[in-house]
Design a binder for this molecule. Structure first.
Ligand SMILES: Cc1cc2nc3c(=O)[nH]c(=O)nc-3n(C[C@H](O)[C@H](O)[C@H](O)COP(=O)(O)OP(=O)(O)OC[C@H]3O[C@@H](n4cnc5c(N)ncnc54)[C@H](O)[C@@H]3O)c2cc1C
Length: 411
């Protein structure tokens, strides 16, 4: 046994683990050790928000989350992310869509601010230390990492979910939790590209279009998003697609994506515009019919889908053809064949359910064991919602673990 005399062992030095370390340290004089399997803490954080770290959102509300939304009520009294970051000396700024970033627009500043505060509070960081097991012996937790044994009075598991395993989050945290009798709901990749029939998108690779996107089951919309859709190798991508991906993952094989790529036009306005274009361009090949409405390659693909040759002159296409083109612009279908794998997912749908922890995020199976972050069954949309949860749940678990150490049993 390594004599370490740890009060609070934090398993995972990602967003929520660092937040937990800082909050536990600020609220107590506990001896805190972060165990991180990678050579340094916060590797994933550096990649968030395309390197800018979209750390929260002005509009945090349950509608932007899926999973066990009871978790959100646990953090309702936690200070907001702007205040939490002011506490570690980081100034934030908001863009015109309510997304909150560090003022520097550099993710590294977020990590630096957390690391510096943790160091100033005496938090110990053990990197390249992979926790493979945790046991509880009476009131002491035994942490097994790199074949060493460490003892701690309390443990916070902040090891993330399964998304983006190259950043260290490969799902080992679930195994650690299951050891104490916890369950884990079915896990799905979230915020990931949606895979479709490659033949339907091959010619469109690299293009982007603004669209209203619906996820359909039996032709009926079960969710909608609006934004830019990107066509890639056998997949649809973009923020609006990411936000539908977890729901699509649960319904692979029975759902479709429908794109309305002219959402600002009613069916009638669009059909009238196409009849008028066909008249104005009557001597031109009908690939010119859609000039100005959609990208040329998208137009060519749409004509192909409805069975019109691009070289047919506009004057030779029928009324029915024009109506068919209008119909496909408003409802362009793509089957969901799969979701991209975990390596391209930004978050995890599913996890440990709220009923297995107290409102202070302590395990109901083992006193002194806490959880925070993505390992729990709550998943946000793109826009800073996942990191907001990571900070708030980390803050809460950190304080609760400190209070547990200071005051004995705690719920
Ligand atoms: C590319 C990308 C961009 C993103 N951008 C944003 C964004 O802009 N805004 C937003 O809100 N969300 C974003 N997210 C999601 C967000 O980063 C995560 O939801 C958040 O980091 C989860 O925090 P966490 O602390 O639970 O887990 P993580 O940040 O994944 O941290 C878990 C840590 O635990 C370590 N670990 C795991 N198992 C062990 C073990 N057994 N022993 C020791 N260490 C272990 C891992 O190495 C890792 O460092 C993005 C995700 C990705 C992949």
């Amino acid at each position: 046994m390594k004599e370490h005399d740890i009060d609070i062992a934090i398993i995972g030095g990602g967003a929520s683990g660092l937040a937990a370390a800082v909050s536990a340290a600020k609220h107590s004089h506990c001896r805190i050790t972060v165990f991180e399997r990678l050579p340094r803490v916060g590797k994933k954080l550096l990649s968030t928000g395309n390197g800018r770290c979209n750390l929260s959102n002005e509009n945090i509300s349950p509608e932007y989350y899926s999973g066990d939304k009871q978790f959100l009520s646990f953090v309702k009294d936690v200070p907001d992310a702007k205040e939490l970051f002011r506490g570690v000396g980081l100034i934030t700024r908001m863009d015109n869509e309510g997304r909150i970033y560090p003022h520097s627009m550099a993710a590294s500043s977020v990590l630096d601010a957390l690391r510096h505060k943790a160091a100033a509070c005496g938090v110990e960081m053990l990197c390249q230390v992979m926790v493979s097991d945790i046991r509880k012996n009476k009131d002491v937790f035994i942490i097994i990492a790199n074949n060493e044994h460490y003892s701690a009075k309390s443990v916070i598991i902040s090891s993330g979910g399964r998304a983006a395993p190259s950043f260290g989050s490969d799902g080992t945290g679930y195994t650690l939790a299951k050891r104490f009798g916890h369950t884990v709901t079915e896990l799905y990749p979230a915020l990931a590209p949606i895979r479709t029939d490659i033949n339907k998108v091959k010619a469109l690779k690299g293009l982007r279009t603004y669209a209203e996107v619906s996820l359909l089951i039996n032709g009926q919309p079960i969710a909608k998003q609006t934004g830019e859709v990107q066509f890639s190798d056998g997949a649809l991508s973009g923020i609006c697609i990411f936000n539908l991906s977890a729901l699509a993952a649960k319904n692979v094989g029975k759902c479709e994506i429908s794109l309305d790529i002219a959402p600002s036009l009613s069916d009638k306005e669009l059909t009238d515009a196409l009849f008028s274009a066909a008249e104005i361009r009557y001597e031109l090949p009908c690939e010119e019919l859609l000039t100005g409405l959609v990208h040329k390659r998208i137009g060519q693909q749409l004509l192909k889908v409805v069975g019109i040759s691009c070289s047919t002159l506009c004057k030779n296409i029928s009324e029915r053809d024009i109506k068919n083109v209008a119909a496909i612009i408003k409802d362009w279908r793509f089957p969901v064949t799969n979701i991209s794998d975990w390596s391209l997912a930004q978050s995890t749908e599913g996890g440990i359910p709220a009923k297995e922890v107290t409102p202070k995020l302590m395990s109901k199976k083992a006193d002194g064991l806490f959880f925070c972050g993505e390992i729990l069954d709550i998943c946000g949309q793109c826009g800073g919602y996942n990191l907001d949860w990571a900070w708030k749940s980390g803050y809460l678990a950190g304080i609760a673990a400190a209070e547990y150490i200071l005051g004995g049993k705690y719920d």
